[in-house]
Design a protein. Structure first.
Length: 461
């Protein structure tokens, strides 16, 4: 088990200090390799579909990309962040790679996989991580489930945008690279949402997002081509043909109004069956008060959007508890409603669950529901414990009304803490591409039959 101390020491070599994966685009045929070095020399990723045992010259493909420095970080440590997006990859395939350059050296060989197009997906999610002892053990447990990717809901290294605390990020990334490996040794890509502890000023820092959240934007290439070009804290990722994940910013560096307009513009074109969202502050808190102004505003802007667009579940954080809501519509239990799970306690100490306690104990708090404007308790389960969630999605064709998404919460020892499942229901329509394929197939059959009859007629004559 790692200890909670953090060493603020500059690495002595120019070979890659950190290597980890994100996406800037299609998850089935691209991957973005994020590389830290102490040198401005260009970095190249050499990769192939088979192992080349770390010999850079033997890999069939290579790709380079831009690098940048976070303004002001060089006062504390020399660090160049290189962003190399690999494109033209095949879906659902393993790749082997090394990163570096001939002057400063290369990394050891690492491997990763692209997202398959017709296969059940597994991913883990959590937030409020930090660098306390035991975080590495939680990562080990999460990786044992062989996830295709990880969704992190903000409050990661807890440095509040302070450049002098870069060492906490180094510790967290070291642990990630060492422990977030599948049992077969595949690196696990990350999708991140921003939290208040990524940001200098925590909330409503709209004037200078990259300056206020330097590590979030500077270390993780997700939306935007480069660090010096606009990078956004909200975006959408598709995983295979039927799953969408919406990454949102609970007003840390982006206004809710801006994101609401984007959601209303984007969602009508999203025909996926399995829609999810992740963000930091909850709509349905387990610790803080349900009527806190920020929670009220989030529900006022996003609740109806999630409900009307048939989101399966939303992954919430910030409360430092384990939480699962009922499936709810307009705060009331609904078998077709949205599930809210979280509440961000991957590594930070759990809280007491003040709001959950008051909702549970009608004898001690007989007026709680009335005071909150509720008619029932929206929470189905909660615990004051560290955890992560594993979600399994039947992201394959044909989509059936019986397809079921499962949600399981585990603790650091691998114990199952809570679980639920949601069956898709209804009668899924065929995707447009499949409809076109069927139409073309029928046309082909009709033409073939017509030609066959003509041949028979010509033989008879």
């Amino acid at each position: 088990m790692a200890v909670a101390s953090v060493v603020f020491a500059a690495p002595s070599a120019a070979t890659p200090i950190h290597i980890y994966l994100t996406w800037q685009g299609n998850t089935s045929n691209t991957i973005t390799v994020n590389i830290h070095t102490t040198s401005a020399d260009p970095v190249t990723v050499h990769f192939d579909a088979v192992t080349r045992s770390g010999q850079a010259a033997n890999y069939a493909f290579n790709q380079s990309g831009p690098s940048h420095q976070i303004p002001g970080l060089d006062a504390h440590v020399t660090r160049y962040i290189h962003t190399v997006e690999l494109t033209g990859l095949a879906p659902g395939k393993n790749y082997f790679a090394v990163a570096g350059d001939s002057t400063n050296g290369y990394s050891t060989e690492f491997k990763f996989r692209t997202i398959p197009l017709n296969e059940t997906l597994r991913f883990v999610t959590g937030g409020d991580i930090g660098t306390d002892a035991g975080v590495d053990d939680m990562m080990i447990q999460a990786a044992l489930h062989d996830p295709h990717f990880a969704v992190l809901g903000g409050d990661l290294a807890y440095v509040d945008g302070d450049l002098s605390k870069y060492g906490y990020w180094d510790t967290l990334l070291d642990w990630w690279e060492q422990h977030m490996m599948t049992p077969s040794g595949l690196m696990i890509p990350i999708v991140l949402a921003v939290g208040n502890h990524e940001v200098a000023g925590a909330y409503q820092q709209f004037d200078d997002p990259t300056g206020r959240a330097p590590f979030f934007f500077g270390y993780f290439a997700q939306h935007g081509a480069g660090f010096n070009e606009p990078r956004r804290a909200y975006f959408q990722r598709s995983f295979g043909p039927f799953m969408s994940l919406y990454i949102l910013d609970t007003e840390h560096v982006t206004s809710i109004d801006e994101q609401t307009a984007w959601l209303n513009q984007t969602l009508p074109n999203d025909k996926s069956y399995f829609k999810f969202a992740t963000y930091h502050l909850p709509l349905y808190p387990s610790h803080r008060n349900f009527t806190d102004a920020r929670n009220v505003e989030l529900r006022g802007q996003w609740r109806a959007i999630f409900e009307n667009n048939k989101f399966i579940a939303c992954f919430e954080n910030h409360e430092h508890l384990l939480k699962r809501s009922n499936r709810i519509t307009q705060h009331v239990s609904d078998p077709e409603g949205v599930l809210y799970i979280g509440d961000g306690c991957f590594g930070r100490p759990p809280r007491s669950g003040d709001q959950a306690i008051r909702l549970d104990d009608a004898i001690t708090y007989p007026n709680e529901l009335t005071n909150l404007g509720l008619t029932e308790n929206y929470l189905a389960h909660w615990e004051s414990t560290k955890h992560f969630w594993l979600i399994t999605v039947p992201n394959r064709y044909p989509v059936r009304s019986t397809d079921t998404v499962t949600f399981q919460a585990f603790d650091v020892d691998g114990n199952l803490l809570d679980s639920t499942q949601i069956t898709l229901g209804g009668a899924p329509a065929l995707p447009f591409g499949k409809i076109i394929f069927l139409i073309l197939s029928l046309v082909f059959v009709a033409i073939f039959v017509q030609l066959l009859f003509r041949k028979i007629e010509s033989q008879d004559s």
